[in-house]
Design a protein around this ligand. Sequence first.
Ligand SMILES: Nc1ncnc2c1ncn2[C@@H]1O[C@H](COP(=O)(O)OP(=O)(O)OP(=O)(O)O)[C@@H](O)[C@H]1O
Ligand SMILES: [Mg+2]
Length: 391
Amino acid sequence: MSTSAEPGRTWPLVGRAAELDDLDDLLATTAGGDGGTVLVEGEAGIGRTGLVEALASSARLLSLELRAARATTQRRAPFTLLADAVLTHPPGVGARGPVEAELADLLDAQRTDAGRERAPLAAQRTARATELFAALLRRRGDSGPWVLVLEDVHHADAESLGVLLDLAHEGHLPGALVVLTMRPLPSSPELSGVVDAWVRAGARYVELRPLGPVATVELAQRLVGGSVGPALRGTLATTGGNPRFVTDVVRTARSAGALETRDGVVDVQGSAWLPALDTVVRGRLEYLDDDVVDLLAHASVLGTSFVVTDLAALVGCPLPDCWRTLRTALAAGLVHARADRLVFRHDIVRGALYAGLEERRRRAMHARAAWALREAGAPTQIVSQHLERAR
Ligand SMILES: Nc1ncnc2c1ncn2[C@@H]1O[C@H](COP(=O)(O)OP(=O)(O)OP(=O)(O)O)[C@@H](O)[C@H]1O
Ligand SMILES: [Mg+2]
């Protein structure tokens, strides 16, 4: 798979040439004075930050000012995301204008009075700050084209989303390329409203897809600095093309001392490093609610793919409840539908969840799976495989 060969990039991204070309075109349009908006969505670890970092280095080449901020679960006070992006000035850059000063005062007052102030006053302040942020962002392009990157808007505070919604109703910001990145989860009506409004306003929607098998191996080769042997390729094939899992595989193998080079080929030796990998991968699921992870752990007992009714019988939960939880896993991109089954998108996740089950519990789950599958009319051979593992 091709890689962007443009000079000035801090590092080459693998397998994202089309997306980078698209963004570079939009940057060029922005440099010419027009506005544009891009929504970049994709599962956890798929490479959204990598893509916007590549965009940032292109912006530097075009001398476009870049303002960036990232929403987090810890900092969700009103307007945090937008204040981080446009109210903080890098040392020596730009003085505060009157709008910025008024905004800073409003936010200070809001912070000081939080919890104490009467609702009407708080609502008035929010309305005024919304208006000022919208005006500030719309006018900023008057003094030259710029780029605004707001990362992880799935965690954005409601007030920043409110400003983004208002802005969408007036179309692209003049002289600005606005890039919003998000995971598919957690979703909220507020965020969906912002996304829909921007799509209607003509925003480009970029869904970052998994890397293909060739790009997956290419990324691993970059990371190990050589060609990759068959055992390592085998583990890489379980990553589902998710670059974070690819880097997890290589880093974990390396820090466990499991990487060896022979005749110029780098490969993993033995399986002693795999429990560490399972732990890392399970850690990557921490953003999900426990019920989702627990249900997927049950599903891991059924295999790489499973029938929803079998899973419901195994867990002993009503089908609608089970399905509701599975829909979250589907939205997160951890499973996908294939005919009448759901399939784990990354076998590395299934393996890690399975390995994380306490042994007695795992055996009990296999025994129950044997029963559930027999009831559902599964072939004897499958049922006996579960009985075997239940011992
Ligand atoms: N196309 C790529 N080529 C090379 N490395 C990549 C690519 N995409 C992602 N990576 C690497 O994979 C890891 C995960 O990528 P990144 O942090 O960009 O994902 P993300 O979608 O922003 O994740 P999160 O959901 O946690 O925000 C990083 O180490 C990044 O450098
Ligand atoms: Mg990121």
